[in-house]
Design a protein around this ligand. Structure first.
Ligand SMILES: Nc1ncnc2c1ncn2[C@@H]1O[C@H](COP(=O)(O)OP(=O)(O)OP(=O)(O)O)[C@@H](O)[C@H]1O
Length: 251
């Protein structure tokens, strides 16, 4: 069973609901999560990470319910989340912070320490491993965040605009890291970048105003581009068709 939202409603504080009884299945493989600013992508990923709690409904992975306090720990061990803002733990170096996240996810101290360096190597940050995270650049901090999401070998990676602020080389490194993950790892990645969509991902989810307007394979998504669209523009055109069809502006 993949990651599943069932009748999930959520709003921040007492404000209007961002999600209203959302039913959604995030299938196996690499899923790119698209939608206009403010559509609710970060909210969905935060709920999937169990960092946010739905007002009603459930979020589960392979039948493990994140909204049940008895299974929350088990759920969190399977899931890794890279939020939009990677926080630095004051005083910790890049390696210490990545190891700390591994330990929080249930690894032994020594395994977390060893794996932290391996994860930092993957994102080409081994040389900066002794530098406090709050002294790294924005793009480097995002790479620490990617290392944090890799450290404990999670079954599900939830990545919220992971390449924002990365230079072109590091974006390539990131996509290589993604490509080298075992096929069994589920990846859900939010982005506004539709380039390379057909080669980098298996599935597409499009969210508009808290509603899924498309969920399916990349091939089916590309069929939404108007006939005659140049091959290089098909993903962008399909996205425009699907988001404009709703006739609403989200930002
Ligand atoms: N911490 C918060 N407090 C109050 N409202 C919030 C908070 N975070 C998000 N929202 C609101 O929830 C809605 C969905 O926001 P969200 O960040 O999930 O969208 P998004 O699709 O990720 O947007 P973007 O593409 O700009 O990152 C927006 O109306 C936003 O203003």
């Amino acid at each position: 069973m993949p990651l599943q939202f069932t009748g999930c409603s959520f709003g921040y504080h007492r404000r209007r609901r961002v999600l209203d009884a959302l039913d959604c299945l995030m299938p196996k493989g690499r899923t790119v999560f698209l939608g206009p600013n403010g559509a609710g992508k970060s909210t969905v990923l935060g709920l999937a990470a169990s960092a946010l709690r739905p007002r009603s409904g459930t979020v589960s992975y392979r039948g493990i319910d994140s909204t049940d306090p008895r299974s929350l720990k088990k759920y969190r061990r399977r899931v890794a989340w890279l939020p939009q803002d990677v926080e630095s733990v004051p005083g910790l170096t890049a390696r210490q912070q990545v190891a700390y996240v591994g330990w929080l996810k249930g690894m032994s101290r020594s395994a977390a320490w060893d794996e932290s360096l391996r994860a930092l190597r993957k994102v080409e940050l081994a040389r900066q491993s002794r530098i406090p995270v709050d002294r790294l650049s924005g793009g480097q901090r995002r790479r620490v965040g990617v290392a944090q999401s890799l450290v404990h070998g999670a079954e599900v990676l939830l990545l919220d605009e992971p390449t924002a602020g990365m230079d072109p080389r590091q974006r390539r490194v990131f996509h290589d890291v993604l490509g080298a993950l075992p096929a069994s790892v589920h990846v859900v990645l939010s982005t506004h970048d539709t380039a390379d969509l057909d080669t980098a991902y298996d599935n597409v989810l499009v969210l508009v105003s808290g509603e899924i307007v498309f969920g399916g394979r990349v091939r089916e998504f590309l069929h939404h581009a108007p006939v005659g669209t140049a091959v290089g523009r098909r993903a962008e055109a399909a996205y425009e068709t699907l988001t404009e069809r709703t006739g609403r502006w989200d930002s």
